[in-house]
Design a binder for this molecule. Structure first.
Ligand code: NDP
Length: 483
């Protein structure tokens, strides 16, 4: 008999209007639990509770707020092994990546705990005599956080932590594929000294709970990470209320490998960027733009590395790549393999369905070679352990291929040339650029976000987060005439 888990609204755990089963993608016989499905009425209740609690939270002293965020962060870090295992069990990433994600989520909370105490405004003299100006940031109000399954705890943490730090209330709708780690984080937040209703978890479908949040007039801002079509739909709904938006969406990141690159480093960087998290990362290297001078040697080693990767159950120590998150995602991935071949790309290895000891959504990491940048496999986000090699004749051609995309999240170059690295850093049209590093893997204390269809609205993370999670107030103060 599977255990049931409830929503958390107004400081109370409550049943939803139904439940969904959460299945382990490494072993589909393992049902992790049954998770509540919220309704539009529950969204209304959560918004009412959050609105009331936010006024109280705004009035908490900064040290009290700081202590709450610090305690959440420390508990996440202390329990990263246990909660990382739960995350890996429901999402499918290898255990080390699951633990690392929980630890990183903790660091977001401790970072923003410190930021609670670093909120300084600005002041100025007016252009008029005897008037002073004070510019300060105030909370936005009630924030809806809508998050995806691929980094279920980290993505939520980098939105929830700054939202609370800057004095807002939160309603969180996690992805329906990863509700267990959402309940675990909520349990930690619920233990803290916060007003009832400050933090609410409303699990449920995007079409019901997500859209109800997007349309609600009481929600003053929405921080979303997910696909482009869903981001576009949320924006269309929310703009009618002039709701503030911050959206991180799709990508088609390219790694340029130059003829002067350290070959071993280039292969390591490409394998990590393409297949980490089973390629289900918005920062994944899904296009490898390779100079003809190094192409054949690089492809030979890349294919050997991909073939050697151990695909397996996420909780087995030897596993380097876990399963795909769901049957639907696996089917889409295999469809992309067929599409690539029908477009004329050569599948050098992998891209095959695997039957392992446990029934799960397994496939082998795949490398396409002989591809062109105008093929659909090089234009659309696959979100799969699949990468394509595009051969180019020069650095200039590589840069132009890297930039030839509707997206613009991350890009990277592997080169020993300082001139090429510097030029690339300045001219790659992406929000994040890496040099001799994978396109995936970012820090928590600096801005994160992209260009084009990858992002919309102010940047996330680091100090840039205050742009989205606060509103600016300009106060004019006259000392009057009496001295
Ligand atoms: P989706 O866009 O399908 O879902 C993201 C979230 O939105 C989920 O919580 C989902 O709920 C919810 N949602 C779905 N439909 C609606 C709707 N109509 N209104 C409001 N909310 C809705 O993406 P996935 O979860 O499948 O994540 C994978 C995608 O996310 C990839 O395309 C990837 O590129 C992108 N992504 C981008 C990142 C970035 O930083 N740029 C980072 C990580 C992922 P439900 O689970 O019920 O569908």
């Amino acid at each position: 008999m599977s255990k049931s888990y409830q929503n958390y609204i107004g400081g109370t755990w409550v049943e939803g209007s139904g439940e969904v089963a959460n299945i382990n993608p490494s072993d589909t016989r393992d049902v992790i639990g049954l998770f509540a499905q919220g309704s539009r009425a529950q969204v209304d209740q959560a918004v009412a509770a959050a609105t009331e609690a936010q006024s109280a939270w705004k009035g908490y002293g900064l040290e009290r707020r700081q202590a709450v965020l610090q305690a959440i962060g420390e508990e996440l870090m202390a329990r990263s092994a246990e909660l990382g295992e739960l995350l890996s069990r429901e999402e499918g990433k290898p255990l080390a990546e699951g633990k690392g994600e929980i630890y990183r989520a903790g660091q977001f909370f401790t970072y923003y705990a410190a930021e609670c105490l670093r909120q300084l405004g600005q002041n100025a003299d007016s252009v008029r005599p005897n008037i002073e100006i004070d510019v300060r940031r105030e909370p936005v109000g009630v924030i809806a956080v809508i998050s995806p399954w691929n980094f279920p705890t980290a993505t939520a943490a980098w939105k929830i932590a700054p939202a609370l730090c800057y004095g807002n209330a939160v309603i969180w709708k996690p992805a329906n594929l990863t509700p267990a780690s959402a309940v675990a984080l909520t349990e930690i937040i619920a233990k803290q000294d916060i007003p009832a209703g400050l933090f609410n978890l409303v699990m449920g479908s995007g079409s019901e709970v997500g859209e109800a949040l997007a349309a609600h007039k009481g929600v003053k801002a929405i921080s979303f990470t997910g696909s482009v079509p869903v981001g576009r739909r949320i924006a269309q709904i929310a703009v009618g209320n002039f709701t503030k938006l911050q959206m991180e969406m799709g990508s088609k990141n390219a790694l340029a490998v130059m003829d002067d690159a350290d070959l071993e480093l280039a292969v390591t960087v490409a394998l990590g960027g393409a297949f980490g998290g089973s390629g289900q990362k918005c920062t994944a290297s899904s296009r490898l733009v390779v100079h003809e001078g190094i192409h054949d040697a690089f492809v030979e080693r890349l294919v050997a590395g991909a073939k050697a990767m151990k695909v397996g159950h996420a909780l087995e120590q030897s596993t380097q790549m876990g399963p795909i998150v769901s049957q639907t995602q696996l089917d889409e991935n295999l469809e992309y393999v067929r599409l690539g071949q029908s477009e004329g790309a050569e599948l050098a290895c992998g891209g095959e369905l695997l039957q392992l000891a446990t029934p799960g959504f397994y496939m082998s990491p795949g490398v396409f070679v002989g591809t062109r940048n105008d093929m659909r496999i090089n234009r659309e986000e696959m979100f799969a352990p699949l990468t394509s090699v595009i051969k180019v004749g020069s650095y200039d051609e590589a840069l132009s291929v890297v930039n030839d995309t509707e997206f613009g999240l991350t890009s990277g170059i592997v080169t020993r040339s300082l001139a090429r690295a510097s030029h690339f850093r300045r001219n790659a049209q992406t929000g994040v650029v890496t040099v001799n590093l994978p396109t995936a893997g970012t820090d928590y204390h600096v801005p994160f976000g992209g260009r084009g269809e990858s992002s919309y609205g102010p940047r996330e993370q680091g100090r840039s987060a205050d742009e989205f999670f606060t509103v600016v107030k300009t106060a004019y103060i006259s000392s009057g005439n009496d001295l």
